[in-house]
Design a protein around this ligand. Structure first.
Ligand SMILES: [Zn+2]
Length: 276
């Protein structure tokens, strides 16, 4: 799912980028798409802005400052192994960005074994206050484990990244964001278990400003994921909007950024964002 509409009429609207699950086990009908391409091994690093004409609108927004500080919610918290998975996802983004842009994109505090934690509760009005003051960050993007998922129309979303954009050219500028992980309908006993590292790698893509590689319905400026002629690179991308599960309920793994993910991300943070 893509960015949902605004909640209020002011310029300070919330954009939502949801992540949905496949309706059935991967490859078992219900969702027809291009053939699966496992992406178990790392793609070569793409160092240029590369965006296909049919993906023209798939860049959502950008941060003026990098790296983007994140913090993990303490209560309800994550297990040590979940924290390690999420740090590994952040490191995947940083390894790529270091190679391509000569800078990290995500700041989790520096120590992988002791990432930054937050006791902040979820803001009631997300966009009322930002985390950018002048030329520095004054707060962090908090990642929450949500035991009671409040989004009744997004029950099948594994996670949700919400951000607050200000109008700017060529792309809106983000000044606030949060990330929520659905621990009501996933991860818990009797529910499907997504690959958290995969999910956070995808959500961090939304956080840096990427929208999905394609959309599951017709949307201007986006390829349609259900098209029989979909570019296979959009399907194998980490930013493909749907993740499959095997018959035991374990989620598919996409733990490496693909060339399509990387090429688009470069367009967000290289000096002259431009399409081709
Ligand atoms: Zn998504």
């Amino acid at each position: 799912m893509g960015n949902k509409g605004s909640f209020n009429t002011s310029k300070r609207r919330t954009a939502r980028a949801a992540l949905v699950l496949a309706l059935s086990a991967a490859g078992a009908g219900g969702f027809s798409c291009a053939p699966a391409t496992p992406n178990a091994k790392a793609a070569p690093v793409v160092k240029e802005c590369q965006i296909q004409p049919d993906q023209a609108s798939t860049l959502s927004a950008r941060w003026k400052l990098t790296p983007i500080p994140i913090a993990f919610s303490q209560s309800p918290g994550f297990t040590a192994s979940e924290l390690a998975d999420m740090v590994a996802a952040a490191d995947s983004w940083n390894t790529f960005a270091q190679s391509s842009m000569n800078m990290p994109l995500i700041d989790y505090g520096g120590d992988p074994s002791n990432p930054r934690m937050s006791s902040a509760t979820k803001p009631t009005t997300l966009c009322a206050q930002g985390i950018v003051q002048g030329n520095q960050f004054s707060g962090q993007v908090v990642i929450y484990a949500v035991p009671r998922w409040p989004y009744t129309n997004l029950q099948d979303a594994i996670a949700l990244t919400s951000f607050c954009p200000l109008p700017a050219k060529p792309l809106p500028t983000m000044y606030m964001a949060i990330m929520e992980v659905n621990y009501q309908n996933f991860f818990t006993a009797g529910k499907k278990v997504p690959d958290l590292r995969t999910i956070i790698l995808h959500e961090l893509g939304h956080l840096v400003g990427l929208n999905h590689s394609c959309e599951t319905k017709d949307k201007a400026g986006f390829p349609n994921c259900t098209s029989p002629t979909l570019n296979p690179a959009y399907y194998s991308a980490v930013m493909f909007p749907v993740f499959g599960f095997d018959s035991s309920g374990l989620g598919e793994q996409k733990r490496q950024l693909t060339e399509n993910d990387q090429g688009r991300a470069n367009c967000l943070y290289q000096p002259t964002p431009s399409g081709n």
